[in-house]
Design a protein around this ligand. Structure first.
Ligand SMILES: C[S@@+](CC[C@H](N)C(=O)[O-])C[C@H]1O[C@@H](n2cnc3c(N)ncnc32)[C@H](O)[C@@H]1O
Length: 198
């Protein structure tokens, strides 16, 4: 077994043992610990949330006085008091209205682990994935409070700088993060964006 496969296997097993829906949970946990991305009582919106590993981590991080709303094309089966989910497309114009109904105030944090269906044609997958990132920034413009934070998955490639520029225009601090739980050879990375400017 290659080292990167062993690592993926390790996090998959750990997720099963610790009751997380996906090994992706450890990527968010790392960002929460390192950057204090989410705080107790926060309102969090998670775009591309199925099967729900990030929702579980966010639920713990916001605690009983916080709220988390997850959006995905797929159904999410999760029963947590402070989490609600919507089966919707993030390109649907009514998605934000529906999210707003579930939140009692602007969000403090927006998460996006969105990934298109992988075709294997790398350039095309990268192109579509960056479109999802740019859409997530637009949604964050509308739903996130001033000073709020976000974390976005990115597939590395020629549009990486375009996405990072959008992040830097909007947030005071932008950090590129390669979580330990990401596969070594994977081109995925995350932008952790702190302090929305307006
Ligand atoms: C890598 S998974 C997310 C894993 C999740 N963070 C977790 O911890 O379980 C990416 C998700 O993005 C969703 N997705 C892709 N395009 C979408 C769209 N246009 N609207 C909503 N969800 C979308 C997919 O359905 C998929 O479930």
């Amino acid at each position: 077994m290659r080292l990167s496969e062993a690592k993926t296997d390790y996090y998959r097993r750990k997720a099963r043992e610790e009751g997380y829906k996906s090994r992706a949970a450890y990527k968010l946990l790392e960002a929460v610990k390192k950057y204090r991305l989410i705080k107790q009582g926060d309102r969090v919106v998670d775009m591309g949330a199925a099967p729900g590993g990030w929702l579980q981590v966010a639920s713990e991080a916001v605690g009983q006085h916080g709220r988390v709303v997850g959006v995905d094309l797929s159904e999410i089966r999760l029963n947590l008091d402070n989490v609600q989910t919507l089966m919707m497309d993030i390109y649907d114009k009514t998605t934000l209205e529906k999210v707003r109904v579930l939140l009692d105030r602007p969000a403090d944090v927006l998460l996006s682990d969105l990934s298109p269906k992988i075709s294997g044609a790398w350039d095309l997958d990268h192109y579509k994935q960056i479109d999802l990132v740019l859409r997530s920034f637009e949604l964050a413009d509308d739903i996130l409070r001033k000073g709020g934070n976000c974390m976005m998955k990115l597939f590395d490639g020629e549009r990486f700088l375009e996405a990072r520029k959008e992040a830097e225009r909007r947030y005071a601090t932008v950090v590129v993060m390669k979580p330990k739980a990401s596969r070594g050879e994977s081109s995925e990375m995350y932008l952790v964006c702190l302090g929305k400017r307006t």
